[in-house]
Design a protein around this ligand. Structure first.
Ligand SMILES: [Mn+2]
Length: 239
């Protein structure tokens, strides 16, 4: 394969008085450094997901706004943040198409949640109010290129392999939602000490790795975080 084409769904944002399709530079730069070719996927027309999915070799689901709860059968709680139906619909469609076509995926933050929802799981709309014990600070006030809480990797997980055998790793954290009920095709492979889900991987194949933290903001100073992107491009090449 020539350099693999990695699709990244874009947010729809008002920036300097104009609506724009935006993807963060962190993901774009990490994919390029790892040997992929990032391609922005506009998300205003969910019906185009089929056409876009045929163009790409792998799918990166980035961070972004909250997922609208109707996609997992709930009504919105007061603590829910901003959401965008069309972003949700487009991503859910792209995930299902990638899964059916066996195209590898990497999820980051919201990406981990939307992968789980697309495949039949659900999420906490707000971990601070829906988990009945005190949770950690998952919306860190420290700079985002620094870790703030630890995560524990499952024995034998892909993450343990990517992180050279380590199972207790400091990561950054910028979320108030998290995976709750797991989709049947996924296994939980990282948790924070407060029980919050921090990563999922596909059960029976190499198709999905999705982390709740932000490796795209840490990889410049942390080779293990960059290895998440190298592993993704390797999975796409070998798919
Ligand atoms: Mn966290």
């Amino acid at each position: 394969m020539a350099k693999p084409i990695i699709g990244i769904p874009a947010e729809y944002q008002l920036v300097r008085d104009l609506y724009r399709n935006t993807v963060n530079q962190g993901e774009v730069a990490a994919i390029i450094k790892a040997g992929g070719v990032p391609v922005l996927i506009p998300t205003r027309e969910p019906d185009l997901a089929v056409a876009y999915s045929e163009l790409i070799d792998g799918l990166l689901l980035p961070g972004g706004p909250d997922v609208a709860p109707r996609f997992f059968g709930e009504e919105p709680l007061p603590e829910m943040g901003e959401a965008d139906d069309r972003l949700d619909e487009t991503e859910i469609e792209l995930i299902n198409l990638a899964f059916a076509a066996r195209k590898p995926m990497l999820g980051i933050c919201r990406g981990a949640q939307v992968i789980n929802i697309a495949l039949g799981g659900d999420i906490y709309q707000d971990i601070g109010t829906q988990i009945d014990h005190q949770t950690y600070q998952h919306h860190q006030k420290a700079p985002l290129d620094q870790g703030s809480h630890y995560v524990d990797f499952a024995e034998g997980s892909k993450l343990q392999q990517i992180f050279r055998g380590q199972r207790h790793v400091l990561v950054n954290s910028w979320h108030h939602q998290a995976v709750r009920k797991l989709a049947p095709q996924l296994k939980l492979t990282a948790k924070a000490g407060d029980g919050v889900a921090e990563a999922v991987e596909s059960k029976d194949n190499d198709l999905i790795l999705a982390v709740q933290w932000h490796p795209e903001l840490m990889y410049r100073k942390n080779a293990d975080e960059f290895a998440i992107f190298e592993d993704f491009i390797r999975r796409v090449r070998e798919a």
